[in-house]
Design a binder for this molecule. Structure first.
Ligand code: NI
Length: 208
């Protein structure tokens, strides 16, 4: 596993690197040549899903797999196009597109929340489960836990340049966090896919 130095602080706020765009890398030069065009009313969006209180949930493979399995399902069955993604310890980013994008992401969050709770229950992670209970929004009656923060901050990606910038930003997350030296060394992102080095799931690669 290339995952190292997973941040252990339980309540860290968004770190500085989250607020700054990445500097250019070899990958960005490839991406800046993108010929991707937005057609009709179908636009990609940059999305962020964050665990409640920035709790570090994704620290071991089974937790990452909950997300990967659900993304695969959404691609295969719900018409979700995933152009880029990264899973960090307490949040994930996507550049995605779909006819029912909002509804699909809502279902994705609900389904993965259940998976995370099941896993935490099976592993006896009472501390984590108690945090999920403690931070549950009062108005939410349908579940006892709150795993994700509300919403997913959709940002319309309206040009090829912006698209390249978002994809690069996504791939740079683990580098900026000091977890890996090169974007493609992070297992749970689409950086490898763009370098023809495989990747843990298929994506809808942009035409480069
Ligand atoms: Ni991030």
């Amino acid at each position: 596993m290339l995952i190292k130095n997973i941040l252990s602080s339980s309540r860290s706020q968004a770190p500085a690197w989250e607020r700054n765009w990445g500097q250019s890398s070899a990958l960005s030069k490839v991406l800046m040549r993108t010929r991707y065009r937005i057609v009709d009313n179908s636009y990609p969006y940059f999305l962020t899903c964050t665990i409640v209180e920035w709790l570090p949930v994704f620290t071991r493979e089974p937790y990452f797999e909950v997300i990967i399995d659900c993304l695969k399902h959404c691609r295969e069955r719900k018409g979700l196009k995933v152009f880029a993604y990264v899973i960090m310890d307490n949040h994930l980013h996507l550049v995605a597109e779909g006819e029912r994008l909002g509804a699909t992401i809502k279902e994705f969050k609900s389904y993965t929340a259940k998976g995370i709770i099941e896993l935490a229950t099976a592993e006896g992670k009472d501390w984590l489960l108690n945090q999920f209970k403690f931070f549950k929004a009062r108005h939410k009656q349908e579940s006892r836990h709150q795993v994700w923060q509300e919403g997913f901050h959709p940002q319309l990606v309206s040009s090829g340049e912006m698209l390249a910038q978002k994809v690069e930003y996504i791939h740079d997350n683990p580098v900026k966090a000091g977890l890996v030296e090169r974007a493609e060394d992070w297992v749970y992102s689409s950086a490898k896919n763009y370098l023809e080095q495989g990747g843990v799931m298929e994506i809808d690669e942009l035409e480069l």
